[in-house]
Design a protein around this ligand. Structure first.
Ligand SMILES: Cc1ncc(COP(=O)(O)O)c(C=O)c1O
Length: 380
């Protein structure tokens, strides 16, 4: 029976002793991705407020801040609370805080961290936020969430955004700080030049809206956006003040497939995240691992890809099973051995787990909680 932590890192030091399936972060690769993005943004003189929706982990947010990030983006109120409890400041909440209990929780956050920013795209929501904090003597900053083509949240560019800016200026407890313009629909466009053209077209609407707001006397200090697919494209736009890329720290199959500026595989950042599995069945032309539908996100039409092994295809084979089809395996695969897989999509895969096991080579150096969930009973 389980009576304590899944793995005691003091006694288990090697990756092959980890319980499978589990989520593994290669620290050398993670640090190289963090360093690369931080050097890039420094050279291009654009700020970085990386998105924590990818990792949901205070330890990683701290590493991003140590390397010069201006703050951290979060998608949900729960992510904001976890980050703040972990001492992470400079939060931008990129999802609209509409209704209860979101607004009350936001009020508690801005009381403790008045620099917190939140996006708005609706005048009713502006009124609700204003009413919630009016009597508490709290002020906080908001960004206009602009829909530059994703057709998700966000107000339309131009006049609608200007009218919202005017509405915000009448809300005495809120201060307009700028524009949030995330073009999620272009992040995964295959082919660098196609992606570049679409992203610049989308962001141009944000710059035009910023200019319109400035012309009418509004203060637009921040223009924030960008993804991992466009981090090296969007700084071409004059006026973009910060990048909010997230997946660059881990990468995934989806991003590797979009192609980079110099090749078919997008290799600007290296895959640092994998799911570790055990080969639990082996027969003539087949190997089965213990990582199936519950171990990876299943939101994409393709499956995971093996790390450090080629010539095999992964197929989902059930909740707890993945089948390896052997085309021409680059090496022998043995029963009981541990295999790592790059997840199809990193964010929803991370969301399935309660911790990262952090490895350097084959040594387990650390264990980092995801959303502070670790510490409970084992998942597996
Ligand atoms: C608002 C917002 N900003 C930034 C990102 C980061 O994008 P990526 O993980 O592709 O770098 C996302 C991802 O979904 C997002 O929703």
């Amino acid at each position: 029976l389980w009576t304590g932590p899944v793995v005691n890192c003091d006694s288990v030091k090697k990756i092959h002793a980890l319980p499978t399936p589990c989520l593994v972060v290669d620290l050398d690769r993670l640090e190289s991705n963090l360093d690369k993005m931080s050097r890039f943004t420094e050279e291009r003189r654009v700020a970085l407020r990386p998105h924590a929706k990818t990792h949901k982990c205070v330890n990683i947010a701290r590493k991003q801040l140590e390397r010069g990030a201006a703050g951290i983006c979060v998608a949900t109120i729960a992510e904001a609370e976890v980050m703040l409890r972990g001492g992470v400041r400079g939060l931008l909440i990129t999802g609209e805080m509409v209704g209860e209990p979101k607004i009350s929780r936001l009020t508690r956050i801005v009381k403790e961290a008045p620099e917190t920013l939140v996006v708005v795209d609706n005048s009713q929501n502006v009124d609700d936020l204003q009413n919630a904090v009016r009597n508490a003597g709290i002020h906080f900053g908001v960004l206009i969430d602009l829909d530059i083509g994703q057709n998700r949240t966000g107000i339309q560019p131009g006049e609608p955004a200007l009218r919202l800016a005017e509405h915000i200026s009448n809300a005495k407890s809120l201060t307009l700080k700028g524009i949030c313009a995330y073009a999620g629909h272009v992040a995964h466009i295959a082919g660098f030049e196609q992606r570049r053209a679409s992203s610049l077209r989308a962001l141009t609407q944000a710059v035009e809206t910023r200019n319109l707001l400035l012309k009418h006397g509004h203060d637009v200090q921040l223009l924030t956006g960008a993804s991992t697919g466009t981090y090296n494209i969007d700084p071409e736009i004059d006026g973009l003040t910060e990048l909010q890329s997230g997946s660059y720290i881990f990468m995934d199959v989806e991003y590797r497939r979009i192609g980079g500026s110099s090749g078919k595989v997008y290799e600007d950042f290296s895959p640092s995240l994998s799911v570790l599995s055990t080969v639990i069945h082996r027969s003539s032309n087949k190997a089965v691992v213990d990582a199936g539908l519950k171990a990876f996100s299943t939101d994409r039409p393709f499956g995971p890809e093996p790390l450090e092994l080629s010539g095999v295809q992964y197929e989902f084979a059930g909740d707890e099973h993945g089948r390896l089809v052997m085309d021409s395996p680059s090496r022998d695969i043995r029963l009981g051995e541990k295999l790592r897989f790059i997840p199809p999509h990193c964010d929803p895969t991370v969301n399935l787990y309660d911790r990262f096991f952090c490895v350097r080579g084959d040594v387990v150096e650390d264990e980092w909680p995801i959303m502070e969930r670790a510490g409970g009973a084992p998942h597996f």
